[in-house]
Design a protein. Structure first.
Lengths: 315, 560, 296
């Protein structure tokens, strides 16, 4: 187990380093010169080359990458062009809001999707199963942007049940939760459907296994068979999917944060892109990449904890 | 409510049970009875309904199954009148079960200890007491170092050990009735023998009744007191093993016993098949005496052949990987004459499949030589090797799995011709000709592999193997997974083709009985080495090695 | 006829390929038929947009701006008086073009890399897997927001970003599927008969993995359509004068307080497209039941 953890964590680090380096190269190679974008259209070539020299962009690529990586490792993501504050501070300020949103979505997705899928599998072909099936596919299909906008119009503008914008009153947990409902549904509802489909399929497969028949043959209570024997194995793919799903949720969070004017790295990114605040956009990409790699690594580790075969198959 | 009026109550009494899955009738008016402390074998071929019967007794049938008639009595009580909670209370308590595949019967995510403690959930014993009980029973079924195994997961145990754990689970509650569904089928003969002895001992100790479902007549003969023969959902006859096997009344039982190759001790090129008259005496036909052509150079010869599987840890050593090294084949020596049949017999892990893969070029040997008609094959470039591949063809263990699933039979059969660019005016006609040689008509040309039965797929595999008119056909477990009645047909077909074309056959098998009649010589393999090689008669009559003797003993069963 | 019955019927008939059986299953599934009809309608509307569209999508008609949906203007008009329905039809063209081109390109490159990893030496396999994992580490939308403006917004930038971020999805699946097919006995049988690597790949492996992979691709199409709309909404996708469902959403969103129906109308074509493709994809997967599951 220890060996498996070590392996996964080292691999995670390697991927983060590779991803950051690749991004750096990509940005430097882009036809739209980021420095030119930074200094604006009226800059003279002399100003640009002076800035390049100051930023170390005249050095060979590997050196640049190394400098960039060591900078990132020390938390140096550059300065916000507009506010002149370190980008790292701004990212760390906004990140918790996005994390809360994604966490709420994951809780919604797992808390609703897993039981629904499990129920569907146990009552295969019942009307409830069919209904859950159709609803699941529907919510998978509808983009979170649409859910956010329609939800806003229906529940905030028309019915006035839920607040339209913002984080909620600082320090008032209930108000903040109230403000969290719609964004979390917009980001997470599709995943409820996806997990329900996934768990249902996995459950049906597991329930057909010999070891489940065997457990029944020993008269174990149905409740044990469902949860302790079958569901534990059936949720394994769910965890993997959620780990990778964090990447998609980060994307959905951008829309949710924009529509509901909710602070977070998605909104920060959007605002920075429109004013070409290049260091901020890079900072957000790095933060979200690290977040995504961390999420997939954690999901792999949880899976290995559940299923002993995984940690041994890993080679 | 139904009750049994007899003064003594049979442990299990199935009366006139009929059961159907939708339009398919799986059981028809089935009646079997097991008295206390007796062992009943339920024997039948695939699709006979024997497993359905076992599942029906346990109440584990899928919801689609419907009992249309009859009832099952357990200790005089009708099971159909029980509420599901009461039935569940019976299972794992008074009635227990050993399932077919030991590799899949245990939950992969729970330790052996956890699973066994779960089974004891009804007992009020302390956890320590339960633990001790489990350790004792694991020790009793022959699991070494049981205390350590408790913390292990199923995949960390060998197949035999897992089956012992399954047995321990089943006998732990000292049930009145133990149901075993093909419990030894997946095991090697010597291990199967050990498990059977163990089961018999445990059954005596507990004094329970045992229902043993199997397709294997020999196992029934050596284990059971009584036997019920099933065919297409019916019980044809039930009686003591001596009565049924010694003097079968039903035509099907007679055929089944007649077709079992273990029952024929003389050498014959033609095994009895189901289409023969069941009462006719078995024809002993040793085949033409000049079949094997002696020549200076054998068709195939191996010398000092070594195959090892090893892995040197490279980056992995950073994380504590130690790598491994296995000698799959150790200095193998072998030759096959023209027109001869040689059988390599060994149990799982003996290296017999590895040697076959080396011969057909799927596995590169580490050292030694493989000569085909005097030409050294090792070290040849793949291009040069290709022309020699025409001379050796291969039949895989799984005949359906070795056919490309999206290829029709007509294409699959001529695939070797296309690979070797042998032009035929009409490939379909050629496919039809090849199929006719193996006894299949043109209707099979357009079938897909999944639309074939095991026996039909095996015939298609033979047709493909002879398409190139090779010098040697290597057949891996040519009868694996086939019912007894079909085994004979496939072996007869191979013998017939050999008689006609003079092709040499190399059979790879774990089952001594099926090769006894068709093979000229037998090579016994164990742990990667050839223990002994000799004529079939010599191996059977004067085995020189202790392992060979054990293997022969494990394949022999009491006769009646 | 229930799905079970059709399966039984299909199993009985001989000489029928998995494709025919799967197609029968699909037609027996109401969800599948629903999805198929939506998708066919959508493709028809997009392909013949220039014949069907009642108005020129670019024609500005300021007096009739902000009209609510009516029989004259099925989805109403926008702030410049352009007919939203006509714009939606042309937006459908863009959406389908982006979806098909990106899916096909990602599928082709991913399949190539997957094959290369499966057949190549171990070091190459590790290298490709590491490469795919690295790309997979970028969240699509956020990467697009950062990189998109540098390459200039437009159809091809959108396609480029979507292809790049979708490659790992196919690469990993093709690799896993190929490795699993290569372990089956019929591939051993082909090798033992002396078949070349090309013959094995083209005649035996490809037909066995292409079906399931195409199904997975069909399930990815709504994801791509959603991503295109999202990027256009964010201003890093399709640029005017071209139309896109995402641009229409952006427009409508700006006037959400004044005329909420405009953003509602703009969402309808997107909902129909994603519903249709998702239902079809899920039904296809059920009908053909590929052995390997979606691996996002």
């Amino acid at each position: 187990m220890l060996r498996f953890c070590l392996h996964r964590i080292v691999l995670g680090f390697v991927i983060v380093i590779l991803a950051i380096s690749t991004l750096y190269v990509l940005v430097q190679a882009a036809p739209g010169d980021p420095i030119a974008l930074m200094v604006g259209p009226r800059a003279t070539p002399e100003m640009i080359s002076a800035l390049k020299e100051r930023l170390g962009l005249d050095q060979p690529m590997p050196v640049q990458i190394f400098n960039f990586l060591t900078g990132v490792a020390q938390g140096d993501l550059g300065l916000d062009i507009k506010t002149r504050r370190p980008v790292i501070d701004e990212v760390l300020e906004q990140l918790p809001h996005t994390l809360v949103l994604i966490l709420a979505s994951v809780i919604l997705a797992a808390g609703l999707g897993i039981p629904l899928g499990c129920y569907s599998a146990l009552h295969q072909n019942s009307w409830a199963d069919r209904l859950v099936g159709i609803l699941s596919v529907s919510v998978i299909a509808v983009p979170s942007l649409i859910i956010a906008i329609y939800g806003m119009i229906l529940f905030a503008v028309h019915l006035r049940w839920l607040p339209a914008i913002g984080l909620g009153e600082r320090g008032n947990i209930l108000d903040q939760l109230h403000h969290l409902i719609m964004p979390a549904i917009a980001v997470g509802i599709g995943w409820v459907g996806y997990l329900a489909r996934l768990v249902r399929a996995a459950m049906l497969e597991v329930l057909n296994e010999d070891y489940i028949t065997n457990a029944r043959a020993f008269g174990l209570p149905e409740r044990w068979i469902t949860f302790r024997y079958a569901l534990r194995i059936a949720v394994a793919p769910t965890i993997t999917v959620l780990g990778i799903g964090v990447g998609y949720m980060l994307g959905s969070a951008v829309f949710a944060e924009i529509v509901f004017a909710r602070p977070g790295i998605g909104k920060m990114m959007y605002d920075a892109v429109s004013v070409r605040n290049y260091p901020v956009t890079m900072g957000v990409v790095l933060a979200s990449t690290i977040l995504l790699v961390a999420a997939t690594t954690v999901s792999d580790l949880i899976n290995a904890l559940i299923d002993p075969r995984i940690r041994e198959a890993q080679e | 409510m139904d009750t049994v009026n007899n003064s003594h109550k049979a442990t299990l009494d199935v009366r006139g049970l009929s059961l159907s899955y939708g339009p398919i009738q799986a059981l028809k008016d089935v009646s079997v009875k097991v008295e206390k402390g007796r062992i009943l074998g339920i024997v039948g071929e695939s699709g006979s309904g024997k497993s359905t019967l076992a599942k029906a007794i346990l109440g584990l049938l899928p919801p689609a199954a419907q009992v249309t008639k009859g009832s099952i009595f357990f200790n005089g009580e009708s099971l159909s009148s029980l509420a599901s909670a009461q039935f569940r209370n019976l299972r794992g308590n008074k009635v227990t079960y050993i399932s077919q595949d030991p590799l899949r019967a245990l939950t992969p995510t729970l330790t052996i200890g956890d699973q066994m403690i779960d089974i004891l959930y009804r007992s009020s014993e302390s956890k320590a007491g339960k633990r001790q009980r489990i350790i004792n029973i694991l020790d009793r079924v022959g699991i070494p170092d049981p205390e350590r195994r408790l913390k292990m997961y199923p995949h960390e145990l060998s197949g035999g050990q897992r089956q012992r754990v399954s047995i321990a689970m089943a006998v732990m509650m000292k049930p009145d009735l133990l149901i075993a569904d093909e419990a030894t089928t997946a095991l090697d003969a010597t291990l199967e023998q050990e498990i059977i002895v163990l089961l018999k001992e445990l059954q005596r100790e507990i004094g329970c009744s045992l229902v043993f479902v199997t397709h294997h007549l020999g196992v029934v003969a050596s284990l059971c007191d009584e036997v019920a023969v099933m065919y297409k959902g019916r019980v044809l006859e039930q009686g003591t093993v001596a009565d049924v096997f010694g003097d079968p009344q039903d035509l099907y039982t007679k055929t089944l016993l007649r077709c079992d190759p273990a029952g024929i001790l003389e050498k014959t090129r033609r095994l009895p098949v189901t289409s023969d008259k069941p009462d006719a005496p078995i024809l002993i036909d040793p085949g033409p005496s000049d079949r094997v052509k002696l020549s200076d150079a054998p068709v195939l010869s191996l010398s000092r052949l070594n195959v090892t599987f090893s892995k040197r840890p490279l980056l992995g050593s950073l994380f504590g990987d130690v790598g491994y090294h296995i000698d799959a084949v150790k200095s193998g020596e072998l030759y096959i004459l023209k027109g001869e049949t040689l059988a390599i017999v060994g149990e799982s892990g003996s290296g017999k499949t590895t040697i076959a893969r080396a011969i057909i070029g799927l596995q590169r040997p580490n050292s030694g030589s493989i000569q085909l008609c005097g030409q050294e094959l090792t070290g040849l470039s793949p291009r040069a090797l290709k022309s020699y591949r025409r001379q050796i063809t291969f039949m895989f263990q799984d005949p359906i799995g070795s056919l490309s699933p999206r290829m029709r039979v007509c294409d699959a059969v001529v695939e070797p011709l296309k690979i070797h660019r042998i032009d035929k005016a009409d490939y379909r006609l050629e496919a039809e000709r090849l199929l006719s040689l193996v006894g299949l008509d043109g209707a099979f040309l357009d079938r897909y592999p999944h639309e074939l039965s095991g026996g039909q797929a095996r015939r298609v595999a033979v047709a493909r193997a002879i398409a190139l008119e090779p010098q040697l056909i290597v057949a891996d477990e040519p009868t694996a997974g086939l019912d007894v009645s079909i085994q004979g047909e496939v072996l007869n077909l191979l013998a017939e083709i050999q008689d006609r074309t003079g092709v040499s056959l190399l059979l790879i098998t774990h089952n001594l009985n099926v090769v006894r009649h068709i093979s000229d010589r037998v090579a016994i393999m164990f742990m990667g080495e050839f223990l002994e090689t000799g004529s079939t008669e010599r191996i059977f009559e004067a085995p020189q090695h202790d392992y060979t003797r054990r293997l022969i003993a494990a394949n022999q069963h009491p006769r009646f | 006829m229930s799905r079970r019955d059709s399966l039984v019927a299909a199993a009985k008939s001989t000489g029928r390929s998995g494709f025919q059986r799967g197609f029968q299953n699909l037609l027996a599934d109401p969800m599948g038929v629903f999805g198929l009809l939506l998708v066919l309608t959508l493709v028809f509307l997009a392909v013949f947009a220039n014949f069907i569209a009642p108005y020129d999508p670019a024609k500005i008609d300021v007096p009739s701006k902000f009209l609510a949906p009516s029989w004259d203007h099925l989805l109403g008009t926008d702030e410049l008086g352009r007919d939203m329905f006509s714009r939606a039809l042309y937006g459908g063209r863009v959406a389908l073009k982006v979806a098909l081109v990106s899916t096909f390109a990602a599928l082709a490159i991913g399949t190539f890399l997957g094959f290369l990893a499966a057949f190549g030496p171990k070091w190459l396999d590790h290298l490709i897997v590491l490469f795919l994992d690295t790309i997979r580490a970028y969240p699509t939308i956020i990467l697009a927001l950062a990189v998109g403006p540098m390459f200039g917004a437009g159809v091809w930038t959108v396609i480029g970003i979507l292809v790049a971020t979708t490659i790992p999805y196919y690469g990993r699946i093709v690799r896993t599927a190929t490795l699993s097919v290569m372990q089956s006995e019929f591939i051993d049988a082909e090798r033992a008969m002396g078949a070349s690597i090309w013959r094995i790949t083209v005649i035996h492996i490809l037909p066995n993995i292409i079906g399931p992979i195409l199904i997975l691709a069909s399930m990815d199409i709504p994801v791509i359509i959603t991503a295109e709309a999202g990027l256009s909404f964010l201003g890093v996708g399709i640029k005017p004068p071209e139309t896109s469902w995402g641009l229409m959403l952006d427009q409508g969103y700006k006037f959400i307080g004044r005329t909420p129906w405009m953003v509602i109308s703009a969402g309808i074509p997107l909902i129909i497209a994603t519903l249709g493709f998702t239902f079809l994809g899920e039904a296809l997967r059920d009908a053909f039941d590929p052995k390997f599951k979606r691996e996002p």
